[in-house]
Design a protein around this ligand. Structure first.
Ligand code: AMP
Ligand code: MG
Length: 420
């Protein structure tokens, strides 16, 4: 039986980084930048005011105090977005708003609070400066954030909201990124009914297609839901074909030892099969291979196929462990691991058969320490336990269990922002 690491290494050996394409900046959130981005402009483009106030020649304010204001003649008012035609000559000043370009001649800004503006009853062409200004005071220099010609973002950077903002500040509407993988999602099982239908006796709703598609989306891929295949080779082959134009195919169910578990049989016939069991719980049966065939447009395809177990919890846990890193690798990401923290476990967990156990827990923080408690019964069909959990405690295969109070490793599924 393969270990989790061995299985993951094999899978990653079959997936490649995808191609580069130009995309509108707002579509690139979470994608990897595929070009070095240089600035063609200075940011800010001109020296401008950091305050609402008066643009002055600093030397004109020498000796100014509340008792001995320095009086200056107001020659103009400059708003952000406009440029003053005037020059601030000795003895004069221009009223200026935050972000407005500093007029010629001025070398400092005195904020309104340090003038007598509010004490004056009516708008006057004179202002009293109540405090000395140093040259450069409250002026943001041209290029102080980004200088023209400089490298602003390097390739391989993951685009977050701040990078979207930086790109927009450079006037870039599109950038080159590694494209998102399209992941075809196929549920298998005679017992399954789609969610927009009435539920006949003996059937269950297909939840896996939706939880898996949501995971694909969360990690940056584009899900393509193929619906439900029956537990027969012909149904499976017909459905698989619809997904062959994707970058990866994920099926759920049909990989165990039951009479109707035909996914692995189809993989054997229609591809390069690596069917295996992984030393983990939940999620022991897992199939992986390359599936070959003609897609619906008649083009020959050969794409990685991950056959996840059918149990709803097993499907999600194995997705996190194997499909997520594959998707991230295709997107050009380097950090493929979920964050793992140390927490104090509040209940014992038994590991009866030497597999790596992933136990659903609720992690919280008390007096600076993380604590983890079980979500309740851990059956791999209890999908609501995944909904309660924000982490998975990892019990190593060689450990018979842990006691309450032990420090354990927890793979975080969600960080606090999602958990309220
Ligand atoms: P299997 O791996 O096909 O034997 O399925 C294991 C268990 O998971 C069975 O109880 C199935 O009914 C259930 N199951 C399989 N596929 C789905 C699905 N798409 N949605 C919900 N439950 C499923
Ligand atoms: Mg089944």
């Amino acid at each position: 039986m393969l270990s989790v690491e061995q299985a993951l290494e094999k899978i990653l050996g079959y997936v490649d980084v995808l191609e580069v394409e130009p995309r509108p900046v707002l579509d690139c959130l979470g994608q990897v930048l595929a070009e070095d981005v240089y600035s063609t402009i200075n940011i800010p483009p001109l020296d401008n005011s950091a305050m609402d106030g008066y643009a002055v020649r600093a030397e004109d304010t020498r000796g100014a105090t509340e008792q001995t204001p320095r009086l200056l003649r107001v020659i103009d008012t400059v708003a952000a977005g406009s440029i003053s035609e005037c020059e601030v000559e000795p003895g004069t000043t221009a009223r200026i708003m935050t972000g407005a370009p500093v007029p010629k001649g001025a070398d400092a800004v005195v904020r309104f609070e340090d003038t007598d503006e509010t004490q004056r009853q009516r708008v006057s062409d004179e202002i009293g400066i109540l405090r000395e200004a140093k040259p450069g005071q409250d002026i943001r220099r041209a290029g102080e954030d980004i200088a023209r010609g400089s490298l602003v973002l390097s390739r391989e950077v993951v685009i977050r909201p701040s990078e979207v903002g930086v790109l927009a500040s450079l006037g870039r509407s599109k950038v080159k990124v590694i494209r998102r993988p399209v992941v075809a999602v196929l549920a298998t099982g005679n017992e399954l009914v789609d969610i927009n239908q009435a539920l006949p006796k003996g059937k269950i709703y297909n939840s896996n297609s939706y939880s898996v598609a949501a995971l694909v989306q969360r990690y940056g891929g584009i899900p393509k839901i193929l619906g439900i295949a029956l537990d027969s080779e012909s149904s499976l082959v017909a459905s698989l074909r619809k997904g062959l134009d994707a970058d990866m195919l994920i099926t759920t169910g049909g990989v165990s030892m039951g009479d109707y578990d035909v996914v692995k049989d189809v993989l054997v016939k229609q591809g390069e099969i690596a069917f295996w069991t992984v030393r983990m719980k939940p999620g022991k049966p897992l199939a992986f291979g390359m599936v070959k065939g003609l897609d619906e447009a008649g083009v020959t395809r050969n794409i990685p196929h991950l056959g996840l177990p059918g149990n709803p919890v097993s499907a999600m846990v194995t997705f996190e462990l194997f499909a997520r890193p594959a998707i991230l690798k295709m997107m050009g990401k380097k950090n493929l691991a979920k964050p793992v923290i140390e927490a104090v476990i509040e209940e014992p967990i038994v590991n009866s058969d030497g597999r790596r156990v992933f136990t659903r827990v609720i992690v919280g923080k008390r007096s600076g320490l993380y604590f983890a408690r079980l979500t309740g019964p851990q059956g791999s069909g209890i999908l609501t336990s995944m909904s309660l959990a924000n982490g998975l405690v990892i019990i190593p295969e060689d450990k018979p269990g842990v006691e309450a109070g032990d420090v354990v490793q927890v793979m975080m599924l969600d960080w606090n922002e999602e958990m309220g």
